[in-house]
Design a protein around this ligand. Sequence first.
Ligand code: PLP
Length: 375
Amino acid sequence: MAPFAHARVDLDAITSNARLLRDLAGGTPLMGVVKADGYGHGILPAARALVAGGATWLGTALIKEGLELRRAGITLPVLSWIIPPGEPVGEAIGADIDLGVSDRAVLDTVVAEAARLGRVARVQLKADTGLNRGGVGRGAWASVVEAAARAEEDGLIRVTGVWSHFACADEPGHPSIRAQLEVFHEALAVVEKAGLSPEVRHIANSAALLTLPEARFDLVRGGIASYGLCPIPDMDVPGLRPAMTLASKVALTKRVPADSGVSYGHRYVTKEETTLALVPLGYADGVPRAATNRGPVLLGGSRRTIAGTVCMDQFVLDVGDDPVRAGDLAVLFGDPTENPDVPTAQDWADVLDTIPYEIITRIGVRVPRTYVGGS
Ligand SMILES: Cc1ncc(COP(=O)(O)O)c(C=O)c1O
């Protein structure tokens, strides 16, 4: 039985986005970022579609995401970068996952696990160049690099990469971008002086990939843009195709008189006699409750706005006198190149004062992902 609601993922769109990103980055190798279940698209299908488009690295936040790629038989280099205490570092070493090392304690754990296993761990040292989130701070950088160089000499690790992450790449021209690049160059000089020769140096996310050629180095990390969304809200990137469409069949319709309060709290009141259409997706499915009286939805050929409160499992649209019926498809967001009337994840982000990342990564587990395209 076909699902009444689905997040349809166009794998060919992901593949073509990867190709486009490689072209836009002047052929710089691409790391497809597939953390958070491939930004909600499904980690394995997304990874395979990215590889088909030329990605030669994959990036995950968590080791368990990296291990999932390995278990599926993906042998490409994988970098995993959030490593709180107690994470399966030994398993990651055994699976040849590159470990993003953001402080001395993590380095020590990796070195100890490598010694225990008798295997060379692949390590990518992360410099905090000004984001002040993950990464080794400037004060500790030289000593962490020295410790890594000693461990490499001892045959316990191989420093395969040095990398960092921007704070404001999505605001082209922001002064922190230049400042971070400068600090990154200094960090690289320390690495070189220590006698290390990493295979890849990288700092660019999608926004930097699209706007900052001098940030490409040896690898660019394409996350959101791989899924067809631009991290810079007003920027048009011709050829980028949003890969996910979120839609549901209407569950029922009913006529109600003027002055009818709709949904919890009666936050919407009908102006005249009208038809209400019930869409069975709610905040448990990733439709934010903040979309109450705001979220745009395409139904019956017209864009509507959610009428009243978004509930856990459902919301309502006021379709006036339009001949909408149970079973008709309501599209919350999708690819406007397929249909210019369809709202985008960016439209949702705009009305909710957030970013499209949050919209696509929070689709709930009740919504089946269905796939088109791909080989
Ligand atoms: C360290 C790191 N690199 C790369 C990315 C990909 O960023 P984007 O999705 O903006 O391309 C992220 C995502 O948040 C990240 O945390």
